[in-house]
Ligand binder design. Sequence first.
Ligand SMILES: C[S@@+](CC[C@H](N)C(=O)[O-])C[C@H]1O[C@@H](n2cnc3c(N)ncnc32)[C@H](O)[C@@H]1O
Length: 388
Amino acid sequence: MPDEARHDLERLARIQRRFSEFGSEYATLPLYATICRHLTEDQDLASLLLAARPGQARPVLWLAALHDLVLRLPETPAAKWYPSVAGAGRTPSGDPWPDVRRTVLDHRDELVEKISTHGTQTNEVNRAVYLTLGLAAASRDVPGRPLALVELGASAGLLLAVDRYAVRLDSPDALSAPPVVLGEPGSTVRCAGQDRSGVASPGRAEALELPPVLGRAGVDLDPVDLADDDAVRWLEACLWPEVPGRVERFRAARDLLRDQQPTVLRADMVDGLSRAVEVARSQAGEGAHVVVFSSWALTYLERSRRTDLEAEVCALARDCALLSWLTAEPPSCAPGIEPPADVDEGGTVVGLRRWRDGHERAPVTLGTCHPHGAWVDLRFRGLDGQTS
Ligand SMILES: C[S@@+](CC[C@H](N)C(=O)[O-])C[C@H]1O[C@@H](n2cnc3c(N)ncnc32)[C@H](O)[C@@H]1O
């Protein structure tokens, strides 16, 4: 057998193992788990992923390519199995595989094209849950001071409009405490998470209201323009259609911001940071409190680039009297933020660093949260002596 063919067979075996792992790990997702289990057996269909660019041959890319196709062509047989196409609770029961297989075979070339030219990318609107709380923590010692938000790895910039969403925080014991709603309660974009530590319990909600956001700018290697239907559909296709509310929230944010999309500069986040700060400050005014934030973006930087980023942020503190750096990242990705001892590898650590008049205050680890904001476990201790 020629070397190249042997190499492809070995790669395919690895790909099929990944499908098998995905199917087991996400067994609660009926459609995606079933597709992945079948792909473990079906060499021909799994082999589409051989077209992926180096480092991209992951099950989520194959799944996103098919999701993109059914969103574009809702008349294909596979489409009826997707809640994002058929509607939540309107998918049939039974085995989706025969329809999925037929659709993939009918559109093989388009799927290979998509897989060979795309990587997965997301913009997870429900992260507004922990971002709202993190921004409230950052503003705690400078209440009322307008915010200039700068997001690193902003994707389409949907999180830069965090103040325009309704964010509901549920008590773990729903019977004893009613939910607290922060942000814009009447917003069409509804985010929700469980507040495990009671940081937003009813008596404290007022202190969590955000100051006005007057400036917003992001940086991304590959920003998504909300006017580009293909690019927006791909961002949507990378969401998992079976997670309740995820696609609906994305669509609501897309519709809300279509004509008012925050600026997202195309640049590496280290190189583009100071330009993004300039844009946000030019909108918000010199006296604004600049908050640089990221969620699940520093994790993509090499370690040495994270150090470069830290140096850039520290340099900004010479020019911005009020500067905060809020991070929601896997453990040990955010320079200067000590992860809690009990956080696991897939966990998200929320950290805050603050510079006031050029001097840095002690960094604060606010706590941990679900990567998509389904729960938060945050404490506002260490913010100027507060103990709650
Ligand atoms: C997982 S997504 C998170 C997007 C957004 N922060 C959110 O929470 O929904 C990571 C984003 O970081 C961007 N990214 C990765 N490396 C980057 C870099 N070096 N500079 C700028 N953006 C980067 C990707 O293009 C992608 O849009």
